[in-house]
Design a protein around this ligand. Structure first.
Ligand SMILES: Nc1ncnc2c1ncn2[C@@H]1O[C@H](COP(=O)(O)OP(=O)(O)OP(=O)(O)O)[C@@H](O)[C@H]1O
Ligand SMILES: [Mg+2]
Length: 243
């Protein structure tokens, strides 16, 4: 299990994350919903080793990860797919994928590359294209593939639906479900409640750095007014779906 236990993250004077406790188990999807500036990226960054928590701990199977360098977090089996995807535009699709395997041996990289290409046939088809020429949805698949190249047990996804057309969001969300079904635990953050509630197991709503609501995906949908209160229009879309 991957857990945040009472984690707080500050950026200078900004208290971005306050006493957040969350967990995800292999094969499950935990969704953190929150509006702009709620502390979603800071929460994921605390797990990925980008930000050192000022309080609390990140635990992997009960062992503290807090304060561990990014490459050691990756070796421990945790991979981050950053906000905005951040593929290396001038490099080819395959070069981007190989960069995700920087902690692995060459032989292992070959095996993982074959598995990733099988999961994302489009990445195999486009392997010699510059990543910058891919569509937004394809770039998101590439960002997933690159993270999977480190052979993670847990995947951290930062707003995977951002900037994508609704039909493409659906494909991306389906793929996240497939990834989790292989046994990988997924901790994802989103502003777009509609996008990911359908595949999530546990859901937490983050507002101004604090968890203000927590439940199963079904419970969150039942309490649509909570989503509406904290997420505004996005939560409102869910509210009208369930009423
Ligand atoms: N590197 C930084 N330096 C200073 N303040 C920061 C930094 N990163 C984030 N913050 C601030 O911390 C708070 C939380 O930011 P964070 O990026 O974690 O939120 P978010 O939920 O990911 O937002 P978004 O939906 O815009 O991606 C915000 O007030 C933000 O301005
Ligand atoms: Mg963010």
């Amino acid at each position: 299990m991957l857990e945040l236990d009472d984690v707080s993250v500050h950026h200078g004077r900004v208290e971005a994350v306050r006493h957040v406790s969350l967990g995800v188990t292999p094969g499950q999807i935990t969704l953190v919903l929150g509006p702009n500036g709620a502390g979603k990226s800071s929460t994921l960054g605390a797990v990925a080793g980008l930000f050192a928590p000022v309080e609390g701990r990140v635990l992997l199977d009960g062992v503290p990860l807090t304060g561990v360098a990014v490459h050691r977090v990756v070796r421990a089996g945790i991979a981050l797919v950053p906000e905005g995807r951040r593929v290396f535009a001038p490099l080819t699709v395959e070069e981007n994928l190989r960069m995700g395997a920087y902690t692995s041996s060459a032989a292992h990289t070959q095996t993982t590359l074959a598995a990733v290409n099988e999961m994302f046939p489009i990445l195999h088809e486009r392997r010699r294209s510059a990543a910058g020429l891919l569509s937004g949805g394809e770039q998101q698949m590439l960002a997933f593939g690159r993270a999977l190249m480190s052979d993670p047990t847990y995947l951290l996804l930062d707003e995977p639906s951002m900037g994508l057309a609704p039909a493409v969001v659906e494909q991306v969300v389906d793929k996240i479900g497939v990834i989790a079904s292989t046994g990988i635990g997924v901790l994802m953050v989103e502003q777009n409640a509609e996008a990911a509630l359908g595949i999530a197991h546990d859901v937490a709503v983050l507002s101004r750095g604090e968890i203000v609501f927590r439940g199963t995906a079904a419970e969150v949908s039942e309490h649509a007014s909570v989503l509406h209160a904290f997420l505004g229009d996005v939560g409102g879309a869910i509210a009208s779906d369930v009423s």
